[in-house]
Each structure stands twice: as structure tokens, then as C-alpha cells.
Design a protein around this ligand. Structure first.
Ligand SMILES: [Zn+2]
Ligand SMILES: [Zn+2]
Length: 489
């Protein structure tokens, strides 16, 4: 396997899988710049050379640089999607070697930041597992070993931590490790006669062990708690009363509202979005390019918007009943006004409001958002909480004011599926739900493959107790229209 002088194939292929950017584009960059390594690719993308030199027209080079940084360079803390990516790699390796293995701890709960990649293996012989791990393509060296636990460092500087559970007690161990540690105290207070320990649950003078986790819930007469709720003490209270709601799931999602193509700063065509939406069994996909003042995002003008809308109408005739929703990610300007004429915005199916430049003008950013919502033209507010992970927040968000306005003006708040846009915390989503705010989970695709990141947003939503009702992507087009989220069409 040789392509010019490029040497880091293993890392490149992981980068392609994780970033969901078209594989062909990487080869184009490698060939054009005669790249030899990932480090060279990083330097070229970081300097935005491909864009400056017209090798690509989109902003995908900066996305690639971010993905390299997050995925391939050592980090003390990993964002959840990166930890999950590596966790899945090890899981697949172990499964191929006939081990039964699951995620555990922070990774299982989808915590936003993860320090060690924790898995639990059902196995009798720790020695045999240890030998096998040395064959894992990312294995570097063992850091720690004790009875029932193996810790190793990967070649990319990430720490893997494996719990080895005897099959007869696998259920108990899995149950206990799955909860945030501070919640064990809560379990003890709710079940005073029980002692929860890794080797079994002591009750009535006897230690009970369980091979399956379901048996533990049965034994305690509790409803099953979804993994994403095991950070929250309230989940235990509700499980005892059997009042845990049915959280949103992948199969509930009917579409995605917020995506970009070559018309603005995306790396892909309308047809590509349609194709991947079909693969995901969606009924609709929104196309929302950046608006004209969004220079870094190749914002489009009115003429471009009409042109794209005409293309969408043409395509829609061919692909019915699937629908491309034609819209715009419209900037909220310094005075709270919108970056496109109202009469054009009124012709759109879906309107995503976005405050990319809170520093423009003198108005408080929270007020700018409120003005934008008050226009009555918006369907969704894009990425309300933050910029990319690791960068300083835009401004201090007034959450209760945001919720109040979102509810009043019927604007759904976005939960981004972009791996490094962590967005609302689980607690904040819970608060939004109490305020009866609606949410939309969006890929914000800048390459069509990003649509497949939807499950990241779903996990974020589930951690905030959100159900199908709370998420407008689970609605049919008819319902979206009835409830005013779909403006036309
Ligand atoms: Zn945006
Ligand atoms: Zn966007």
C-alpha cells in the first residue's frame, strides 16, 4: 500500500473514519503537496494553504486540522467522540478475538470529557487477555496491572483501562462501575440494607453475584436506567418509582436541518447530502448555507440563494417523497437585525439563526439573540452555547433569558452533533426541558459524511433526559409545519 511518499497510513485511515471527510480529498492533498506524514498534512491544513491556493474551495482544511489535533495528538482529556472512536477500535479488536467487551464508566455515560478509555471484559484469565492486548494496533506499553484491572498506554498517548470481570459476577461489576462514583452513596441511602461492592451485593447476610446487569435491576426491583442518565441521582429515584421516560433514540430521528454544501463552506454537493440521508432513513434534510456577511464561511448572497433554491426544487421533484428543505444559516448582526432581506427569508422552508460575531455592534449578545428570535422568522438557533471545544466562549450566555425567548418565539435550540462542539451541559438541557423549550439535533455538516454524527447529538440529548417530544427532528414534515418550525413548503 503505497501512495507517493506518504508513510502514516494507519493514522490517515483512522483520521478518514473519524473526521468523516471524503477519503478522496485526503489523497488530493497528499498528491498536491507531496505530503509524507500526518504532521505535514496538519501544517498545510492549519495554515489554510489548500484554500488559499485553490486546491479546495471549502473550509474543510481547518476541520481536518482540528480532527488531527483532537484524534492523533496526545491529550490529557479527550472529547467523548474521540474516546468513543478509540474505545470502539479496541472493542472491535477484542470481539474479533472472541472476548465479550463493553464500555464502562465515563465512556459508557457519554461524559463530555474523558480521561481514560474504560472498558470491561468478561473473562476468566487476565494473563491471556494481557497477551492478546499486545497485538492491538495501538498498543504501546502497560502502565498498571492489578487483579481485575489492566491499564495501557496507546501509541498516540491515550490511556486505556480495562476491567476484567469473572463471568459469574460480570453483571454486578458492570452495574457498579456504570454509575458516577458519587451516585454510589445515593444507592446506599436508597437501599440501606444492601452493601454494594465490586465482588457482589451483600444483602440478608449473603453476597449475591450476577452474571447479567438486568438481574441486578430485577433484584433491586428497579426500572432499567439508560447509561446516559447514570450521572444523575434523580435517575435512581425515578427508577425506584419506575418513572424513567423513554429517551430519544436514533430510530426516532426523521431528518437533519442544518447543513452546508459547496455553495458556502461545505465540501460536498446537494446530491451527496441526499444520498447519505437515504442511508440514514431520513425523510428530509435541511440545506442552510452561511449568509452574506459570514465571510469566513463563504456566505452567500441573494442571487446564490435563489439559484440553490431552484436546484433544490428541481432535485425535490426527482426524489419525492424525500424533501430537501431550503433554508439559510442567517447571521444575527450587530444591531440584532438579520443578514438577509426579510422578504427573501420569508420564502425559506427553514431558517437557522446564528450569532457568529457577538462582538459586532454595542448591543449585549444576549439581546442580539432575543432580537433575532423576536423577528418571528427563525426556526432554530444554531450552536447557542459555545464555539469549538478548547476555545474561549463567545460571551456570557444568560440561559434563563434564552430559554424564555426560545419558548416565547417558538425557536428550537440546537444540540450540535459536531464532535468538538460540546454545547449545553446535561444539567442545562434538563433545565431547558423544564422550561418546555424544544431542541433540534443537527449535524451542521460541512462534508456530507458528518450527517452520520447524529448519534453524538443523540447521546448529548439523552444525558439531558430529552425524549422524542423534546426534539423537533423526530417530527414529520406535517407536524413541523403545524407547529411553525417549517415556514413554507
Ligand atoms: Zn454556525
Ligand atoms: Zn453551520
Amino acid at each position: 500500500m503505497y501512495f507517493y511518499n506518504f508513510e502514516d497510513y494507519e493514522a490517515l485511515f483512522d483520521l478518514i473514519d473519524y473526521s468523516r471527510v471524503q477519503a478522496g480529498l485526503f489523497f488530493k492533498l497528499i498528491r498536491y503537496y507531496n505530503l509524507k506524514s500526518i504532521d505535514e498534512l496538519y501544517v498545510v491544513c492549519k495554515a489554510k494553504r489548500p484554500k488559499k491556493e485553490h486546491v479546495i474551495t471549502s473550509n474543510i482544511d481547518s476541520h481536518i486540522a482540528r480532527a488531527i489535533d483532537l484524534l492523533l495528538y496526545p491529550k490529557k482529556e479527550l472529547i467523548f467522540p474521540v474516546a468513543r472512536f478509540y474505545g470502539e477500535r479496541l472493542k472491535a479488536f477484542l470481539k474479533a478475538n472472541s472476548f465479550e467487551v463493553l464500555f464502562t464508566k465515563d465512556l459508557l455515560r457519554g461524559e463530555p470529557l474523558i480521561y481514560t478509555i474504560d472498558l470491561i471484559v468478561k473473562y476468566n484469565s487476565q494473563e491471556a487477555l494481557k497477551d492478546k492486548l499486545k497485538e492491538f494496533y495501538l498498543f504501546d506499553r502497560f502502565l498498571n496491572e492489578e487483579k481485575g484491572r489492566l491499564e495501557f498506554l496507546s501509541k498516540r498517548g491515550h490511556i486505556f483501562n480495562l476491567y476484567v470481570a469473572n463471568p459469574s459476577n460480570f453483571g454486578t461489576l458492570f452495574f457498579i462501575l456504570s454509575f458516577k462514583e458519587s451516585l454510589l452513596e445515593k444507592l446506599r441511602s436508597i437501599f440501606p440494607g444492601y452493601a454494594f461492592a465490586l465482588n457482589g451485593i451483600e444483602y440478608g447476610g449473603k453476597v449475591h453475584t450476577f452474571s447479567k446487569e438486568e438481574e441486578v435491576f430485577e433484584f433491586l426491583d428497579m426500572q432499567f436506567i439508560p447509561y446516559e442518565l447514570r450521572w444523575d441521582g434523580e435517575s435512581i429515584d425515578k427508577a425506584v418509582k419506575k418513572e424513567i421516560p423513554q429517551l430519544v433514540e436514533s430510530k426516532d430521528i426523521r431528518g437533519d436541518f442544518h447543513n452546508h454544501t459547496y455553495f458556502s463552506d461545505g465540501e460536498g454537493y446537494l446530491e451527496d447530502l441526499v444520498e447519505i440521508s437515504g442511508y440514514l432513513h431520513y425523510d428530509y434534510v435541511g440545506v442552510t448555507e452561511h449568509s452574506r456577511t459570514q465571510k469566513t464561511g463563504n456566505g452567500i448572497n441573494v442571487i446564490d440563494w435563489y439559484m440553490e433554491r431552484d436546484l433544490i426544487e428541481k432535485l425535490n421533484r426527482d426524489i419525492s417523497p424525500f424533501r430537501i428543505l431550503s433554508g439559510l444559516e442567517v447571521d444575527i448582526l450587530g444591531d440584532g437585525g438579520l443578514d438577509f432581506p426579510d422578504d427573501i427569508i420569508k420564502q425559506m422552508d427553514i431558517v437557522i439563526l446564528a450569532l457568529h460575531h457577538p462582538e459586532w455592534g454595542t448591543l449585549d449578545p444576549n439581546e442580539k439573540i432575543a432580537y433575532g428570535m423576536r423577528s418571528g422568522l427563525g426556526s432554530i438557533l444554531a450552536h447557542p452555547k459555545d464555539r469549538y471545544w478548547g476555545r474561549k466562549p463567545f460571551f456570557e450566555l444568560d440561559l434563563s433569558y434564552l430559554f424564555e425567548n426560545a419558548k416565547r418565539h417558538n425557536v428550537a435550540l440546537e444540540i450540535s452533533s459536531i464532535p468538538d462542539r460540546i454545547g449545553f451541559s446535561a444539567e442545562e438541557l434538563k433545565e431547558g426541558k423544564v422550561s418546555r423549550v424544544k431542541f433540534a439535533i443537527n449535524a451542521d455538516a460541512h462534508a456530507p459524511g458528518y450527517l452520520k454524527n447524529m448519534d453524538i447529538g443523540i447521546i448529548r440529548a439523552r444525558r439531558g433526559w430529552l425524549t422524542k417530544e423534546d426534539i423537533i427532528n423526530t417530527y414529520t414534515l406535517e407536524r413541523l409545519r403545524e407547529e411553525g418550525f417549517l415556514k413554507n413548503g
